[in-house]
Ligand binder design. Structure first.
Ligand SMILES: C[S@@+](CC[C@H](N)C(=O)[O-])C[C@H]1O[C@@H](n2cnc3c(N)ncnc32)[C@H](O)[C@@H]1O
Length: 256
C-alpha cells in the first residue's frame, strides 16, 4: 500500500524538481508514495482559466476562487474514498515531526496550496486541518507542501535504506541528533573525537547520548521537558548542567 498525495496548486511545475531527486524520488520509484499535482486551472470553465478574484469588502490582492478547488475535490472523491485534506495557512497547526508521523499513517492526503491573499473562506468546509510551517509568510503554499511531503515520506516504511538513520535523526526520540564526523581524522588542526575512532561501540553510544543531551540543552532546552529520559540520561544531564564534559561523567567526577 502506498501513500498518495494530491496537491492542489496553480503551479504544478513547481513540484517537478521535488519529485525527481533524492529520497522522494526513491520513494516514488519504490512505489511507496505517489505525488499527483492537480492543476486548479484544469477545473475552471472560462476561456482565461481564471482561478482568482477580488476580495469582497475591498482590500489589496486577490483570492483563490472556491469553484476550482471544490471541483478538484469532487474529482478526488471519485478516486479516493476518504482523503485527508490539509491546507497550508500561516496560522495553522505548527508542522513538526509528530505531525509528519501522523500524516505518514494516512492513505490519501490532499494538500491545498494557497496563493495571493489566500483562499475563499468557504473552502475550509472541506478541510480537515490547517497547517503552518512556521511564523513567517510565504508567497504561496507550494514550498510548505514540499516541506510537509518530504518529512512525511522519509517516515514511510522501507524508504530510508538504513532503519538506523530514522532513529538517529533529530526529534525522532524527542532530542536533537548527535554531532557526526567523516574522514579525514584531522582537518586544519580540527580533530575527530578519539572515542569515535576507538571501535568501542558501547562507549561511542554513551558519548553520542551525552552529546545529544548537551546539544538539546544548549539549543532547544524546551525539548528536554517533554523528552522520555532514562536514569542514565538524567545523570548525564547533571554533569551537563554543571558545565562538565563527557570525560568527567565517564570518570564519575564528583559534582555538587
Ligand atoms: C501571501 S500568503 C497569504 C497571507 C495571508 N493573507 C495572511 O494574512 O496571513 C499566500 C499563501 O501562502 C501560504 N503560506 C504563507 N505562509 C505560510 C506558512 N508559514 N505556512 C504555510 N503556508 C503558508 C498559504 O497557503 C497562503 O494562503
Amino acid at each position: 500500500m502506498s501513500l498518495r498525495f494530491f496537491v492542489f496548486t496553480i503551479f504544478p511545475d513547481f513540484f517537478e524538481c521535488f519529485k525527481n531527486f533524492g529520497i522522494v524520488n526513491k520513494a516514488i520509484k519504490l512505489g511507496k508514495v505517489q505525488i499527483q499535482t492537480i492543476n486548479l486551472r484544469d477545473f475552471t470553465e472560462d476561456k482565461h482559466r481564471t482561478v482568482d478574484d477580488v476580495v469582497y469588502g475591498g482590500g489589496p490582492g486577490m483570492l483563490l476562487k472556491p469553484e476550482p478547488i471544490f471541483k478538484a475535490y469532487d474529482y478526488i472523491k471519485t478516486v479516493s474514498k476518504n482523503p485527508y485534506v490539509i491546507i497550508t495557512e500561516p496560522w495553522g497547526r505548527k508542522f513538526d515531526q509528530n505531525f509528519a508521523k501522523e500524516l505518514s499513517q494516512k492513505e490519501d492526503i490532499v494538500i491545498i496550496c494557497g496563493r495571493y491573499e489566500g483562499v475563499d473562506e468557504r473552502v475550509k468546509t472541506i478541510v480537515d486541518e490547517e497547517v503552518s510551517i512556521g511564523d513567517f509568510i510565504l508567497s504561496g503554499g507550494e514550498p510548505a507542501a514540499t516541506v510537509i511531503m518530504d518529512s512525511t515520506i522519509r517516515l514511510l516504511p522501507d524508504v530510508l535504506s538504513e532503519k538506523e538513520s530514522l532513529t538517529v535523526d533529530s526529534f525522532s526520540d524527542g532530542l536533537l541528533g548527535y554531532p557526526n564526523y567523516t574522514r579525514p581524522p584531522e582537518f586544519r588542526g580540527m580533530k575527530v573525537p578519539e572515542v569515535l575512532m576507538s571501535g568501542n561501540h558501547k562507549l561511542i553510544a554513551l558519548w553520542r547520548r551525552f552529546q545529544q543531551l548537551k546539544k538539546t540543552y544548549e539549543k532547544r532546552p524546551d525539548l528536554l521537558e517533554k523528552a522520555n529520559l532514562s536514569v542514565e540520561d538524567k545523570k548525564m544531564l547533571n554533569y551537563i548542567y554543571k558545565g562538565k564534559d563527557f570525560e568527567a561523567y565517564l570518570k564519575g567526577e564528583k559534582i555538587d
